[in-house]
Write a protein that binds this ligand. Structure first.
Ligand SMILES: *Cc1c(COP(=O)(O)O)cnc(C)c1O
Length: 395
């Protein structure tokens, strides 16, 4: 094939042309079970009728006018998200990285408004916040950062799930204005922090007047069995970034905020040409309505238990499996060695899985999968792992 695409992706040798629910079909007409949902994007699966209808109807009416004018669907989506989250205001953009960029800009304005000249944001090891320069700097993965120096000033890093490290920083630095953190790491390997981690972060932020900024781009929109992962803890963040599952495949991101953080942006401070256009907002509204109508949050909780029980039983006798971590429909199976070959092995078994942080099988199935499909994922992954650990290690 001619090299007309840049080489920044290591793609698997398959191309999909059609989808329905949790199924995908490739160019040969072969059917695959999708346990990754476009990386937590297609929560409602592929070609959901409610989403298809929303796209078609909106395309017949109006796609885009720009933020020079009022946009009814953008206002309606903001209302819906504010009602779900208990936050105050929304800004719309086109991706997760952009949602975090908005959060970072809010934190900097907030810092300057408090007389802090070099506003600094606490971020964590093993985090992922995006690929733009600021969000790459925030990302706690030296491999992704390699070659892109100079990175951005204004970030300071601590280990994930380590409250003491942050409490110590508070003593040493007077320029800290915010903490940016994922409630469960996604790319970092489905690491689930202590149950009181967010609550302790909230307490520290209140004590020092820092903004608590949660990156729920992967954990949000029902993925963990709540609309947003923080809702299980009883706290509220000051800033919340979302994207991925919000549009079920149309590109949309959002930065929500509460209190002083919500009132920081003034005309001219930030913007996006495409951000929050009539099409994507209409679709995101349909996503929210469908999650409600199909009562998917309790369904995710039930499926979560099914995966946890199923994998615990099926993988118990495989000594190369170190840990099974499940939060809603974020499933991580940590191995004792690099697991990347498992992705192409799974493909041969007509199953789409992902491996992240080198040793962690990551499953992010659509929220609409059936019990039978969940069981098929458990059976196939377990079979793959039995084969993988019986085979000699190839270096
Ligand atoms: C995917 C992801 C991002 C980046 O989103 P893009 O849409 O790829 O820019 C940021 N944070 C988290 C937690 C993510 O999972």
């Amino acid at each position: 094939m001619p090299m007309t695409l840049m080489s920044n992706y290591a793609r698997l040798p398959v191309t999909f042309v059609k989808g329905e629910g949790a199924w995908l079909w490739d160019t040969q007409g072969t059917r695959y079970l999708d346990a990754i949902a476009g990386i937590a994007v297609c929560g409602l699966g592929h070609a959901h009728p409610a989403i298809t209808t929303a796209i078609c109807q909106q395309a017949q009416q109006l796609l885009h006018t720009s933020n020079l004018y009022g946009i009814a669907h953008q206002q309606a989506l903001a209302d819906a998200l504010i009602q779900i989250t208990n936050l105050d205001r929304a800004f719309f953009c086109n991706s997760g990285a952009e949602a975090n960029e908005a959060a970072i800009k809010i934190a900097r304005l907030y810092g300057h408004s408090r007389g802090i000249d070099l506003p600094t944001i606490i971020v964590t090891e093993g985090s992922f916040h995006g690929r733009t320069l600021a969000t790459l700097t925030a990302t706690g993965n030296p491999k992704m950062q390699a070659g892109f120096a100079p990175l951005m000033p204004g970030f300071i890093r601590v280990p994930y799930n380590d409250i003491d490290a942050i409490a110590q920083l508070a003593e040493q630095h007077s320029e800290i204005v915010a903490i940016l953190v994922e409630p469960v790491t996604g790319e970092g390997g489905i690491v689930i922090p202590d149950p009181d981690y967010l609550l302790n972060l909230r307490t520290l932020c209140d004590r020092h007047q820092w903004l608590l900024m949660l990156d729920e781009i992967q954990t949000g929109m029902g993925r963990t069995g709540q609309w947003f992962a923080y809702q299980e803890t009883g706290i509220l963040p000051d800033v919340l970034s979302l994207a991925k599952g919000l549009g079920n495949g149309v590109p949309i991101g959002a930065c929500l905020a509460r209190g002083p953080a919500a009132a920081i942006f003034q005309p001219g401070h930030h913007g996006s040409t495409f951000g929050g256009n009539p099409l994507v907002c209409r679709v995101a509204l349909a996503v929210i309505q469908t999650i409600e109508q199909e009562n998917l949050l309790p369904r995710v909780q039930a499926l979560s238990q099914r995966f946890y029980d199923g994998f615990s039983k099926a993988l118990a006798s495989i000594s190369g499996v170190r840990k099974i971590r499940v939060k809603g429909l974020m499933i991580g199976i940590e191995l004792d060695r690099p697991g990347y070959p498992l992705m192409s092995k799974a493909l041969e078994h007509r199953l789409l899985i992902n491996v992240t942080a080198e040793r962690v099988i990551r499953l992010l199935p659509p929220l609409i999968i059936s019990d039978a499909q969940a069981d098929e994922i458990i059976t196939t992954v377990s079979q793959l792992l039995r084969e993988f650990f019986n085979s000699p290690v190839i270096h």
